[in-house]
Design a protein around this ligand. Structure first.
Ligand SMILES: C[S@@+](CC[C@H](N)C(=O)[O-])C[C@H]1O[C@@H](n2cnc3c(N)ncnc32)[C@H](O)[C@@H]1O
Length: 143
């Protein structure tokens, strides 16, 4: 792990340990919801991967819109919180999984949609090609 990656991990670890961070816990972004509503028309009931899901607000929003959702994040604390929220919610089930967005543990063409809300820009620019090719590998419709 490079020092920049390490600093990134520390940043998120602290954010989820303290609960102090700049992104909302429960309310999804209206832009993301608009995107999901739009895409739903093209792939109703499709499979969706939420990359860097954090505490799951967009994964839950997608599940409410009838996507079959898998959500990944590399921070265990975020996923723990997401699962707690999911257990209390009436939203359809989301599968939360700990994984690095740069090494997605899914077979090719698993998802109709990939949602990234705030993950890509935390990757090192030198990792962007790897990030993109990994994402395209797991996508069905946009390849
Ligand atoms: C700014 S937060 C956004 C969280 C969530 N998408 C939301 O909108 O609430 C970025 C998230 O991406 C995760 N993340 C960053 N780089 C990652 C990577 N390479 N693999 C998996 N998760 C990553 C962080 O742990 C963090 O939860």
């Amino acid at each position: 792990m490079t020092s920049a990656e390490w600093a990134n991990r520390q940043y998120f670890r602290e954010a989820y340990t303290t609960g102090v961070h700049g992104w909302g816990v429960l309310e999804p972004s209206p832009y993301a919801v608009e995107f999901l509503r739009h895409v739903r028309k093209q792939v109703p009931g499709g499979t969706l991967l939420d990359l860097g899901c954090g505490e799951g607000r967009h994964a839950f929003a997608a599940a409410q819109l009838a996507f079959r959702v898998t959500a990944v994040d590399y921070e265990a604390r975020a996923l723990r919180r997401a699962r707690e929220i999911g257990a209390k919610s009436r939203a359809p089930r989301v599968e939360f999984r700990q994984a690095n967005a740069l090494r997605l543990p899914f077979p090719p063409a698993t998802f109709d949609v990939v949602l990234d809300y705030g993950c890509l820009h935390h990757q090192l620019k030198s990792d962007w090609p790897r990030y993109k090719s990994g994402l395209l590998r797991v996508l069905t419709v946009l390849r």
